[in-house]
Design a protein around this ligand. Structure first.
Ligand code: NAD
Ligand code: ZN
Length: 366
């Protein structure tokens, strides 16, 4: 990771919008490339959680205007393909043919540059800009969470079909898991349990009303069963993926999936938003090469569980979530631990990747 001068992003197609970036986050997903779990071409500008001001629009852009404050869903989507029409903008068939799903500054998700830069080109700008209300600048640390991390956490609860009164267990207390726990509360969960081994992140979860389960101190599955009268949680969310650091360097990272199968009540549902990288060149063994895991299908079947997975379709949720922020009913910026400049990006990556104490979420302000 390095900060360098690169050619300015510019309008390339009539439907493009050009944005001057004012906030751009570092994401746990960037660490898949940073740690080499997934390949990325040298020189790629990363950054898929972006917010800024529109400074130029292509001649075919109708709705978005110069001067608009916008947040950009991390999915780049056309709006008119079979998947986009159905709301599955995370799987757009137009922008990244052959793979499905485009994103800014991300390996294998199209040739698009990211927003950890001063300027960002937004394809299909009318579709891909979420316009923000007049308090956009003042609340930019809240609104920037609409690019990915909050809709993704929300998506986990949607895939798990969280309903009022449900008990919910969330595996992983990174930004995504914290936002899943936050979303479960908003959807009326009666009890939210959050599993991780990082005390600082668990404490943040506790501050929003989740019950922390420190898996370095207890058997997390037993703890969840204990907290739910032995039945298991009604719903579960996987917010770790293939893998975030395993500090011991020992345990296979995919145990989260089987832990969820063990700790969710029979006939419950599981939402998987942690990324299982399809190709892991540096993986520990053959099994890891396709993101394959040793999954306990037998128990999953026996319990009649349901499961949904995949990239979040950010556009499906981000207007409603934006309006909760605007109304003062949500404040996802509670995640933000560091606000830095672009020049500090390399160090920020290093420290976030090491999961140093208190490094929960970094917002870069170019
Ligand atoms: P993160 O790496 O900061 O957080 C992961 C957390 O999981 C850390 O706090 C870590 O301590 C914890 N953890 C590691 N192993 C664990 C285990 N075995 N059990 C419980 N907790 C464990 O990253 P993040 O930004 O929160 O992202 C989490 C995952 O979500 C990543 O895989 C990321 O790629 C993915 N993600 C998916 C989408 C999507 O659209 N589906 C979008 C954004 C991020
Ligand atoms: Zn992200």
């Amino acid at each position: 990771m390095a900060v360098k001068d690169v050619p300015d992003a510019r309008i390339e197609k009539a439907t493009d919008v050009l944005v001057r970036v004012t906030s751009t986050n570092i994401c746990g997903s960037d660490l898949h490339m940073y740690e080499g779990r997934t390949d990325v071409e040298e020189g790629k500008v990363l950054g898929h959680e972006n917010l800024g001001e529109v400074i130029e629009v292509g001649p075919a852009v109708d709705r978005v205007k110069v001067g608009d404050q916008v947040c950009l869903p991390f999915n780049i989507a056309c709006g008119f393909c079979k998947n986009c029409e159905r709301g599955f903008t995370g799987f757009c068939l137009t922008v990244n043919p052959g793979f499905a799903g485009g994103a800014y500054g991300y390996a294998s998700m199209g040739p698009y540059s990211g927003g950890q830069a001063e300027l960002l080109r937004v394809p299909y700008g009318d579709f891909n800009c979420l316009r923000l209300p007049p308090d956009a600048i003042e609340k930019q640390n809240d609104y920037v969470m609409l690019a990915d991390i909050w809709p993704t956490g929300y998506h986990a609860t949607e895939l798990a079909q969280v309903e009022p009164g449900d008990s919910v267990v969330v595996w992983g207390a990174g930004p995504v898991g914290l936002m899943a726990a936050y979303s479960a509360q908003l959807r009326g969960a009666s009890k939210v349990m959050l599993v991780d081994h990082q005390p600082d992140r668990l404490a943040l979860g506790e501050s929003i009303g989740a019950i922390p389960v420190d898996q370095s101190a207890v058997d997390a599955v037993e703890a969840v069963l204990g907290l739910t009268g032995g039945e298991g949680a009604d719903k579960g969310c996987e917010c770790v993926g293939w893998q975030a650091h395993d500090p011991a360097g020992q345990e296979r990272p995919n145990t989260t999936m089987n832990s969820l199968v063990q700790s969710v009540r029979a006939t419950g549902a599981i939402g998987v938003v942690g990324v299982f990288v399809p190709q892991d060149p540096g993986g520990p063994d053959e099994l890891s090469k396709d993101g394959r895991i040793a999954f306990d299908m037998g128990l999953f079947f026996q319990k009649g569980l349901r499961m949904g997975s995949g990239q979040a379709n950010v556009k499906r949720y981000n207007r409603q979530l934006r309006d909760l922020i605007a109304a003062g009913k949500a404040k996802p910026s509670f995640l933000v631990s560091h606000e830095l400049t672009l020049d500090q990006a390399a160090e920020a990556y290093e420290r976030f990747d090491r999961r140093e104490d208190g490094w929960t979420k970094v917002v870069l302000h170019p």
